[in-house]
Design a binder for this molecule. Structure first.
Ligand code: DGY
Length: 320
């Protein structure tokens, strides 16, 4: 008898169909709509393997509804949607997608740096609104990115890829991380800083740290107050790392040059969210890894884990 696999979203058929060799597959038929929680709890009752996106919460409640579950594959590198202690308690393995979205996410961070500093979305809105009447010296002037200081909070794979890109812009790189990156310091001249120093000294603060109990609300009122009045804040990790109320209040007081957000505490962000009323907030719908190559590679990493499990082979990219 084939193992039962449940997939919480409609993924590309050419990636899913070959798995029919190993699995009896059921799939939520919607590409865009998240499976309602009660349907997910029903669906997991019989499955041995579950393929989820970052929007599906795999917690104690779900696991208690899934007596046969052995493996969860997560279509993301971040796994804050998975309760790891609960997984251990139920003896379930999990895999994620490290490595393959590093460059696409670091590229997007630089897109946000340039978009915020040089007011690119605002300038485009200006043109489309028919406001462009002439060229004049101080029209839509922004901040330079080159020859400034970038402070990266979270120096994992993606943080380091952002830092390497910053060298090309002649930026001084400060970083804050749980562990020192001595090799990167020696090789590229990146400088370790305390969180406080980094916030005080950076022109651009970039959040790349994972989202967990230690980083919830890491950037709140006090931390925002430490930043330079004309600094830019970028977040391409997870929304809950920034206190959005404090951020709105800070921006509303005229502090900070701009903010670039690819992630929000609640996604999709509500259209009446106060942050969306501010012209110097560049907001994107969580597209850090949204290149054709990165998304295909992510699907393929999950596919490989599923194919390996289906054949009784060792699984790579296990979350410990
Ligand atoms: C991840 O993989 O964690 C990203 O946020 C989604 O691409």
């Amino acid at each position: 008898m084939k193992k039962k696999l449940f997939i919480t979203r409609k993924f590309p058929a050419h990636i899913v169909e070959p798995l029919e060799e190993f699995y009896d597959i059921e799939q939520w038929p919607e590409e865009e709509l998240v499976i309602p929680r009660e349907k997910l709890l029903e669906a997991v009752a019989h499955c041995e393997v579950l393929w989820v996106t970052l929007e599906d919460l795999v917690d104690d409640e779900l696991l208690s509804h899934a007596p046969n579950l052995k493996l969860v594959t997560n279509l993301a590198v971040g796994f804050n949607n998975i309760d790891i202690p609960a997984l251990r308690k139920y003896g379930v393995m999990a895999t994620n997608t490290p490595g393959v979205l590093t460059n696409s996410t670091a590229d997007l961070v630089f897109g946000l740096l340039l978009a915020t500093a040089r007011r690119i979305p605002e300038s485009e809105r200006y043109l489309r609104a028919g406001k462009w009447k002439s060229w004049y010296p101080m029209q839509l002037v922004g901040k330079d990115v080159s020859h400034t200081t970038i402070g990266i909070i979270g120096m994992g794979r993606i943080g380091q890829a952002v830092a390497r890109r910053a060298i090309g812009f002649d930026m001084k790189v400060l970083y804050h991380n749980r562990r020192r990156r001595h090799e990167a310091e020696e090789m590229y001249g990146f400088k370790y800083a305390s969180l406080e120093e980094l916030l005080q000294q950076s022109d651009f603060v970039v959040i790349m740290t994972p989202y967990n109990k230690d980083t919830v609300g890491l950037i709140g009122e006090q931390e925002l107050a430490l930043m330079r009045d004309d600094a830019v804040l970028i977040n391409a990790s997870r929304g809950g790392i920034i206190d959005e109320v404090a951020l709105y209040e800070t921006l509303n007081k005229g502090k900070l040059w701009a903010v670039g957000l690819d992630v929000f505490e609640y996604e999709p962000i509500a259209m009446d969210h106060p942050l969306l009323t501010l012209p110097n907030v560049v907001a994107l719908p969580h597209i850090g890894s949204a290149s054709i190559k990165a998304r295909t590679d992510m699907l393929m990493l999950n596919y490989n884990a599923l194919a390996a499990y289906g054949q009784g082979k060792a699984i790579s990219n296990r979350i410990d």
